[in-house]
Design a protein around this ligand. Structure first.
Ligand code: ADP
Ligand code: MG
Length: 459
């Protein structure tokens, strides 16, 4: 009898064929979703309206990874959510089978292979790399040494105009109270090797063309990480007449998505030299606030945008004096939900509601500019659905996620990408939102800490 260990049990999982090796599961229980490369057998299982990722893995690693994913979720670090482990599996002839680790499928997540294609814009790559660098820094701030940084172990989700990166594979991770420089350096060494391999692989598959260069991409990532780490934790010294530098540092850290838990401030005897060193923690402030007010679970930038929309609603309705949660409820029922209801059912798998709302706000702004009037949101929805949403590839249930876009090949077995591609296929879907991204150089604007410093001084 297989044994279930789970903090959030789902009884619909019990009747599944746990006594069959995962690779031989009947296809009607599985769902084909884009997936990164893996060492283990990984499949997506559908029960009712829930999708789980199942990984067959040796016992001690299954327990280790389950615990670590729980820790990461507690630390509020973006990672897939652990659901349980199924152990004591035996096949028909009584042979022992490895346990299965279950995680909740991260909806709307995109493995990197879905995001790289021959025409990929520099701006897109830049935003992806930034998201990855921020994830590694967040892990390190939380005392987590990953041990296996690679593109296949990261999932990306759209977050307003940027990307948010999630950790997907915690098998090799270790949690410490604090990471030493040496431990961080080890993680970076692994990152260098793995990422270089990943980029070479993309290059060989024709998905990474000039001017992208694997070595340069890797150097860029490491450089940006070092810069971010310095900003997050570095000691800053200045004279007693420049006290505003303390606030400047805090504001820059907030802009990068981190909060300051403590600021160590030392002054020399005469008070003429001040030395500060922040202790940063993960932010997610807007996300938590929106969740509390509306129950909407979004990414940080989406939350910021939705909160702005909520504030605008409050201001326009002249309800500045009312309780915020009452107004939030009104906004949800009078603005957000009616707009979402106007999105045809069959198009709802293309984008998460919060992302649709964010893109719709942009669309409405352009439409208002064009027509020199204040276009109501409900009116803009029709245009947005027609001009944008309808043309987008499905991100939730796409079977095409792993296709190298230029070749438009189809997988031989969509449940197991390692079996390669079939011969012919169609052109890749075109994502009009990517058109707007300017050809910015690979040096990022988001993590451009020098620019951030300059801005903090001039503000
Ligand atoms: N919870 C999940 N949600 C979405 N995708 C997932 C999830 N778990 C695994 N995957 C996909 O499966 C791939 C392999 O999983 P991973 O845990 O990295 O296996 P391995 O230990 O064999 O490398 C990942 O790259 C990711 O694309
Ligand atoms: Mg992996």
């Amino acid at each position: 009898m297989p044994k279930f260990i789970s903090a959030t049990p789902d009884s619909r999982l019990l009747p599944l064929p746990w006594d069959t090796p995962l690779a031989e599961w009947p296809v009607d229980l599985l769902v084909a979703l884009p997936r990164g490369l893996s060492r283990h057998v990984v499949r997506f299982i559908q029960v009712g309206d829930s999708v789980y990722a199942a990984k067959e893995v040796v016992e001690h690693l299954a327990h280790h990874e389950y615990r670590l994913l729980q820790d990461l979720n507690r630390l509020n670090i973006p990672a897939v959510e652990p659901v349980g482990i199924i152990t004591d599996r035996k096949d028909a002839s009584g042979e022992r089978l490895d346990p299965i680790l279950l995680t909740r499928h991260l909806e709307f997540s995109l493995p990197y292979r879905s995001l790289f294609s021959p025409g990929v814009k520099q701006g897109t790559v830049s935003r992806l790399l930034d998201a990855m660098v921020v994830l590694i820094a967040r892990l390190h701030v939380g005392g987590f040494k990953w041990g296996d940084v690679s593109l296949s172990n990261i999932l990306f989700r759209r977050d307003a105009g940027e990307f948010a990166a999630y950790l997907v594979d915690a098998e090799t991770g270790e949690v410490h109270a604090r990471l030493s420089d040496g431990q961080r350096e080890q993680d970076l060494d692994v990152a260098r090797t793995n990422l270089y391999g990943d980029f070479l692989d993309l290059q060989a598959g024709g998905m990474l063309l000039e001017p992208f260069d694997p070595i340069q991409l890797v150097e860029n990532i490491i450089f940006r990480y070092q810069e971010l780490w310095q900003e997050l934790t570095g000691v800053e010294e200045f004279s007693g007449s420049e006290m505003e530098r303390i606030e400047g540092r805090v504001r820059r850290l907030n802009a990068l998505g981190f909060d300051v838990a403590e600021m160590d401030i030392e002054t020399d005897e005469g008070g003429s030299v001040i030395r500060i060193q922040p202790k940063v923690v993960d932010a997610g402030h807007h996300q938590r606030r929106l969740m509390k007010l509306t129950g909407l679970d979004t990414e940080e930038n989406q939350a910021r945008r939705l909160l702005n929309a909520l504030d605008a609603f409050r201001f326009r309705a002249g309800r500045g004096h009312c309780d915020e949660s009452v107004v939030a409820h009104e906004w949800l029922t009078q603005v957000f939900e009616p707009v979402m209801q106007k999105v045809p059912e069959e198009l709802r798998d293309k984008r998460e509601p919060a992302q649709v709302f964010h893109e719709l706000l942009d669309y409405r702004w352009y439409m208002s500019q064009r027509e020199h009037r204040d276009v109501p949101l409900v009116e803009a929805v029709t245009g947005y659905v027609h001009d944008v949403l309808q043309r987008l590839p499905d991100e939730f249930m796409s079977q095409d996620g792993l296709l190298p876009a230029s070749e438009g090949q189809r997988l031989v077995n969509p449940y197991d990408p390692s079996q390669g591609f079939m011969d012919e296929g169609e052109a890749p879907p075109h994502d009009p939102w990517e058109d707007d991204i300017d050809e910015v150089p690979l040096v990022s604007t988001y993590l451009d800490i020098a620019a951030l410093r300059a801005k903090a001084v001039s503000d």
